[in-house]
Design a protein. Structure first.
Lengths: 103, 523
């Protein structure tokens, strides 16, 4: 925790090149992950709604494409969470160096 | 005393003990509103899951899948995928820059009073709709399960929930949610194993049976894995697929704007723990919703129509308990009923907690008293009174509406408001420097109003199916873009807020490094 007597210079911290780099890497990941997961997720109601015959195709015994695609959404969510957590662990370290003088 | 009743009593006794323990530890606002920020990652993950998997999830989804097949399973998918938004965008900045409520994040660099007033209104709206849905569900289920009258059941749930919240605060509420999540997972796993056992532990036989289900609602066998039984063009008309897409949107974007989920991230020591608690929650919630395959689809292969009838109509809420009774006998039926009861209580307590925190912290302290407590402990006192009022009002409305009100309609409204009003302003206030107070107030109010108006004009609304002005039951596909558009337009047509933009640097550093974040209270 920073000393209350010496106020934190937020603008200086924000302007640090290390912080800017961290931020842009983070933003790039969050943006691309969000675009990907929204597209993958919304493909489900779109395909099921407008191409029901395709989605009724049985692919695994009597199990159809619609159910397999729905189940793959769970895997997709867990995989994105896994990648994010690994990336976030390294961002944590970078963030700690940005604010190390403040402790 | 029946077995079901004794299990209810056992659960109530245990939770009251926890409340008594929590009440002794509750000193100060941070303890009351945020459990002293001392909850660990896995504990909070379970509590998030417990707060989230409502009676609508357990009883509602198993009923929806049993009666509508694949289309009901879409809820299961959306409810999990929604947590990516929570993980990537909301949880960590919220924990780093806020104190007790969603509005803390918004008020950070925007003009606090108008933003907090609107955010508080939206929080109270979402919580109240969600709570009435749970209360009505509770009344119906308890009436069926242990024979108490609807009024007695609703009042009983309301009073118990108030005891947890008023005396035990966030700490007791959290532990009620943790116990409930464990009970629910045990119940769901046992039910799934019993369904598989019925089909000779063969997944092949199980899925074969689903594709020719005797279908609890109809006579002829149906392939329940086929999409479109609820939202298909043949059933719902030309707007069916759009309605399905609209529902999917509200599910995936609504969760990150649900106030009772957001406040959970204040109960952990730091943003890192908030992150790990989302991961725990995603593991538990994902497993649970995959299991709905077994007790949802499975019910349709096992139950007969006569087993889920109430007043001559198939009652979706009775599918899970009826399945438990059919496969596991009276004892298991009693256990699943007690789980359903615990589920409702935990969710209702979480909702009341977040509604009262928002009123006390956002509206009373910050809007009326300009951010200063008049007396020490005043905020907690106001929150306790608010919890009492919110509880009493919800009990009153639930009894007034009676057992026949459509609970799914109210839950849908809560998700639509959360996605259309809360999410746009949370995202923009963290990521868009230019965002200003007018934009926030416009986004919140347009999101809130448009979802309510569209639902009132929908086939579920005031004019019924025939007179509906808006063709969709789910307003998300229109109201969510409207919320974002209003927030953007409100910002760009008004002057730049130099002071707010100057503070954006501070918010950004805080949100992404955790510097200066609220610390845990040491016990």
């Amino acid at each position: 925790m920073s000393d209350p007597k010496t106020p934190v210079n937020w603008d200086a911290l924000e302007a640090k090149p290390e912080f800017r780099q961290l931020l842009s890497r983070k933003a790039r990941f969050i943006m691309s992950a969000t675009v990907f997961f929204m597209a993958y997720y919304l493909a489900l109601p779109v395909l099921v709604g407008w191409f029901p015959e395709l989605m009724k195709t049985q692919v695994l015994g009597k199990v159809n494409l619609a159910y397999v695609f729905a189940l793959s959404q769970f895997v997709m969510a867990w995989v994105i969470a896994f990648i994010y957590v690994r990336k976030a662990a390294s961002w944590d370290k970078e963030a700690a160096t940005v604010i190390q003088d403040q402790h | 005393m029946s077995i079901a009743l004794s299990m209810f009593v056992g659960f109530v006794a245990l939770t009251l003990l926890i409340t008594f323990w929590a009440a002794r530890k509750n000193t100060g606002a941070s303890a009351y509103f945020a459990a002293g920020r001392s909850i660990t990652g896995w504990q909070n993950g379970l509590a998030v899951a417990g707060d989230y998997m409502s009676a609508a999830s357990f009883l509602g989804i198993s009923g929806a899948i049993c009666l509508n097949g694949y289309d009901g399973f879409m809820y299961s998918v959306g409810f999990l995928v929604a947590y990516i938004t929570v993980l990537l965008i909301v949880a960590e900045p919220l924990r780093n820059a806020g104190k007790y409520t969603m509005a803390d994040l918004l008020a950070y660099r925007l003009s606090p009073r108008p933003v907090r007033a609107m955010a508080s209104l939206s929080t109270l709206t979402v919580s109240t709709f969600y709570m009435i849905a749970q209360m009505v569900g509770a009344g119906v289920i308890i009436e069926k399960l242990i024979g108490a009258s609807f009024h007695t059941a609703v009042i009983g749930v309301g009073v118990l929930m108030l005891v947890y919240v008023v005396f035990g605060g966030m700490l007791a509420t959290t532990w009620v949610q943790i116990i409930k999540a464990i009970l629910l997972m045990v119940g769901a796993l046992m039910l799934s194993v019993l369904v598989l056992k019925y089909h000779g532990y063969s997944l092949g036989a199980f899925f074969d049976a689903i594709t020719a289900a005797t279908y609890a609602g109809t006579e002829a066998p149906k392939n329940l894995l086929q999409p479109g039984l609820q939202y298909g063009v043949a059933v719902k008309g030309p707007w069916g697929p759009t309605d399905f897409l609209s529902l999917s949107l509200a599910l995936v974007l609504g969760t990150a704007g649900l106030p009772h989920i957001l406040v959970r991230f204040y109960t952990v020591p730091d943003a890192k723990t908030a992150r790990s608690s989302v991961v725990w929650a995603m593991a538990i919630i994902g497993l649970f919703y995959i299991l709905t395959t077994f007790f949802g689809f499975g019910a349709a292969t096992i139950l007969e129509k006569s087993q889920i009838l109430s007043d001559g109509k198939p009652n979706p809420n009775m599918v899970a308990p009826a399945l438990a009774q059919h496969l596991g006998g009276e004892l298991f039926f009693a256990f699943i009923s007690a789980v359903a009861f615990a589920t409702i209580l935990a969710v209702v307590a979480g909702l009341t907690m977040s509604a009262s925190a928002s009123f006390a912290h956002d509206f009373y302290t910050n809007v009326i008293h300009h951010g200063r407590e008049t007396k020490p402990g005043q905020e907690v006192k106001v929150a306790r009174i608010t919890a009492f009022v919110v509880g009493a009002v919800s009990i009153g409305i639930a009894i007034y509406l009676g057992p026949s009100v459509n609970a799914a309609f109210l839950v849908g409204l809560a998700f639509a408001v959360a996605a259309s009003a809360n999410l746009p302003v949370i995202v923009l206030s963290v990521f868009w420097k230019r965002f200003n107070t007018t934009g926030a107030v416009a986004g919140l109010s347009v999101g809130l109003l448009s979802s309510i108006v569209l639902i009132l004009l929908s086939p579920n609304g005031v004019f019924g199916k025939a007179g509906a002005v808006f063709p969709l039951e789910n307003p998300g596909i229109v109201s969510i873009p409207l919320g974002f558009l209003a927030a953007w337009l409100g910002t760009v047509i008004t002057a730049r807020d130099a002071a707010g933009e100057a503070k954006f640097a501070e918010l950004t550093v805080r949100a992404h490094t955790g510097l200066g974040a609220e610390k845990a209270v040491s016990h």
